[in-house]
Write a new protein. Structure first.
Length: 257
């Protein structure tokens, strides 16, 4: 009898896990602007069109009181010398918001917010490095005067390939870190909940992109989503987890350096 009960409990727990671990579909995200779903089941945020913008937002908020790892792949275009403007991984308590185009990269104007910017265009008045770079920014401010971390120079990322982009949050140390293609490139330790979000630990996450007078393709791909929820903390150790496997490379001309 006890063996039967244990078996049924195991089946129930496994079934519940399957419900939260699944391949994402377009219904899991809210798309805005010029975003559309490609045949490869990736989100194309912008085409090679001037003054374009797009974003995706995951519909369910996550808690910054719990650790999470969000793993996805990004493609930041095929044009190097004339490619613009970049992408931002953003967190904000208000869902489905999009900031300004061009140098704002869809993040400028979002308050309160935290954004991990990949910037591929030199805006000297924003104190940008000449090279492609990454920075952790707050409250929609895209100038590099109040960054939590960065800017950190990156190798040319407008190479027409998809790159692994992993965002990790450790609430114990209050550390937000980012890996690109398996290498940690930037990290910041800061009390996001209290100093940015006014004590509210629940945020929506998404990816924004934009072009201005110059342009590039910007794309995001996912393979599997697996988040914890309040009822599944015990069996998933309280973590929020999203995983992505890069799919086929987008064909196009290689960037120039």
């Amino acid at each position: 009898m006890w063996a039967l009960k244990n078996f049924l409990l195991a089946v129930l727990l496994f079934s519940s896990y399957v419900l939260v671990a699944q391949r994402p579909t377009v219904e899991d995200f809210t798309m805005s602007g010029d975003t559309y779903l490609t045949e490869e089941e990736c989100f194309r945020l912008t085409e090679e069109i001037d003054y374009s913008s797009g974003s995706i937002w995951y519909k369910t908020p996550i808690s910054l009181l719990e650790p999470f790892s969000i793993r996805l792949s990004i493609m930041v275009g095929c044009q190097d010398a004339v490619g613009a403007d970049g992408m931002v991984f953003a967190m904000t308590p208000r869902a489905n918001r999009v900031g300004f185009r061009g140098e704002g990269i869809g993040f400028s104007g979002l308050v309160p917010s935290v954004g991990i910017e990949i910037d591929t265009w030199l805006n000297e008045h924003l104190n940008d490095p000449v090279e492609d770079h990454i920075a952790i920014m707050v409250n929609g401010r895209v100038g590099h005067w109040n960054d939590l971390a960065g800017p950190v120079v990156l190798p040319n990322i407008e190479d027409c390939n998809r790159h692994g982009f992993y965002v990790n949050w450790n609430p114990a140390s209050q550390t937000l870190s980012v890996q690109i293609d398996g290498n940690q490139v930037i990290a910041a330790s800061f009390d996001l909940v209290n100093k940015i979000f006014g004590g509210n630990p629940y945020v929506f996450w998404g990816v924004t992109a934009a072009t201005g007078r110059y342009n590039n393709i910007h794309e995001v791909c996912f393979d599997r989503l697996s988040f914890s929820d309040p009822e599944s903390k015990s069996r998933q150790n309280g973590s929020n987890y999203v995983e992505s496997t890069p799919l086929k490379n987008v064909q196009g001309s290689q960037g120039k350096k």
